[in-house]
Ligand binder design. Structure first.
Ligand code: 5AD
Ligand code: SF4
Length: 441
């Protein structure tokens, strides 16, 4: 078809960007664009960007710089910048990088097809509005092409917490929850297309309070309603704030088998003084008590977290407090970052910890996390878990899937296909995955 145009999307950052990229690709489908994995053959290159740390944001500019030769070779190539850098920097991106044709923020990407059309006509556009209309009402239905067994589904966006280091409240705006029935309909549509696991996404997902039957629904209520969908086998949600971990959600973890026993619950620091300076609005002890309650409801809960080292003013003793908290929780997985000053956030005004000190702290913390992750993996050996298979492995007849605890598991299973769920006994571990055999297979 002469009309088919190719779209290459590069996604940076979090899972919500992964979801947004899929929705943008679907929206561009209505304009005759199909996605390609090969940047060189694209008619449009779209960078869906992340602003959370300086490195992520600067990477966008170096990637744009690297597009110059391609644009010189293909003058009709259109270049778009979407996501949180687009939101934060807007027009500035066009000034710094004249090869860019359009800049679209995360709340206005339903307007991307119209912007692409303008770009084709030689007009540059910037849209970083927080529009009145809800973008989800203006996006096309999810097409049949979605046949992967796992899918993301955004239920809530934005954040009202204003942690002192974080740009999210500025780039993604205030907390907004989608109406429950819309989410239910999107979920049913995904399941009809073969999706068996849904991860509910939100910057503050456990603060979800979407309009539903009989008033606002909590996340727990939404989870329980989703669990009634036949053919949907697993539900996850991310990312949560400790202060929004409601009693009903904790109870759902104990009562709803489709809700997976893996919880990403960032705490950032184990020092009360630093938590206060970060404006996290809870103490280390509150977090530890919360995890006790969660584990009382669901004893096999695997915890994951986020940590920032080198927040302005962090002393050695305060860093040690973070290590103590990690030792107390025993994480199955965790992400850790060196503090990065972000323009416009309150913490950016303060004097940072010396880079060498932060480097050493990051290494120390990561070594502890790796140790805990290994211990969690080793403890799986001999246990039976369910595995949702996602794709063939590297060896003939091998399939790779995820355990209940989100660990990658490799299994010899020549008769199984992506989307199959099976019981697996774990027989061994590799650095980032597990090996197992089908039970009774
Ligand atoms: N510097 C370093 N890490 C940050 N994060 C958020 N903002 C910053 C920052 N300015 C981390 C937090 C958050 C995760 C998504 O990114 O740990 O939970
Ligand atoms: Fe950022 Fe804090 Fe909101 Fe998480 S809770 S998105 S870290 S402001």
């Amino acid at each position: 078809m002469a009309d088919t145009k190719k779209l290459f999307i590069k996604t940076y950052g979090c899972q919500m960007n992964v979801y947004d990229s899929e929705r943008m690709a679907e929206a561009m489908g209505t304009e005759g664009y199909v996605t390609t994995e090969v940047m060189e053959e694209a008619d449009m290159v779209l960078l869906n960007t992340c602003h959370i740390r300086e490195k992520a944001a600067e990477k966008v500019y170096s990637d744009l710089g690297r597009l110059k030769p391609l644009k010189a070779e293909k003058p009709n190539l259109k270049v778009g910048v979407a996501g949180c850098v687009a939101q934060a920097e807007g027009e500035e991106i066009l000034r710094r990088m004249p090869l860019v044709d359009l800049v679209v923020g995360p709340q206005s990407y339903h307007r991307l097809p119209a912007m692409a059309k303008a770009a084709e006509a030689g007009e540059k556009t910037v849209d970083t509005d927080f529009p009145e209309e809800d973008k989800f009402d203006h996006l096309p239905d999810r097409p049949k092409a979605t046949i992967r067994p796992t899918a993301f589904l955004t239920v809530q966006e934005g954040c009202d917490k204003f942690c002192a280091f974080c740009v999210v409240p500025y780039t993604r705006g205030a907390e907004v929850s989608r109406p429950a029935e819309r989410i239910m309909a999107e979920a049913r549509g995904l399941v009809e297309k073969g999706v068996r696991e849904i991860t509910l996404l939100g910057q503050n997902v456990n603060a979800y309070h979407g309009a539903g039957a009989e008033g606002d629904w909590t996340l727990a209520r939404l989870v329980r309603a989703l669990a009634k969908i036949d053919g949907l086998d697993r539900i996850r949600y991310t990312t949560s704030h400790p202060n929004d971990m409601g009693d009903d959600l904790i109870a759902a973890h104990g009562e709803e088998p489709k809700l997976m026993p893996y919880l990403h619950l960032p705490v950032q620091s184990g020092s009360d003084r630093i938590l206060k300076a970060m404006n996290r609005k809870h103490k280390a002890e509150d977090y530890l008590r919360l995890i006790e309650r969660i584990r009382a409801a669901r004893p096999d809960m695997m915890m994951s977290g986020d940590f920032i080292v080198g927040f302005p003013g962090e002393t050695d003793a305060e860093f040690e407090a973070t290590l103590d908290l990690i030792r107390a929780v025993k994480y199955g997985m965790a992400y850790s970052f060196k503090y990065s000053a972000r323009p416009g956030t309150p913490a950016a005004e303060k004097t940072p910890v010396a880079a060498e000190v932060a480097d050493v702290r990051l290494q120390t913390l990561q070594a502890l996390i790796t140790e805990q992750q290994r211990a969690a993996q080793d403890a799986m050996v001999g246990r039976e878990v369910s595995v949702l298979f996602e794709k063939p492995g590297r060896l003939a007849g091998q399939m790779v899937g995820k355990s209940d605890y989100l660990q990658a598991v490799h299994v010899a299973a020549p008769d199984l296909r992506a989307g199959d769920l099976a019981r697996v006994r774990i027989t061994g571990t590799a650095p980032n995955s597990l090996a197992g055999v089908l039970v009774g297979g």
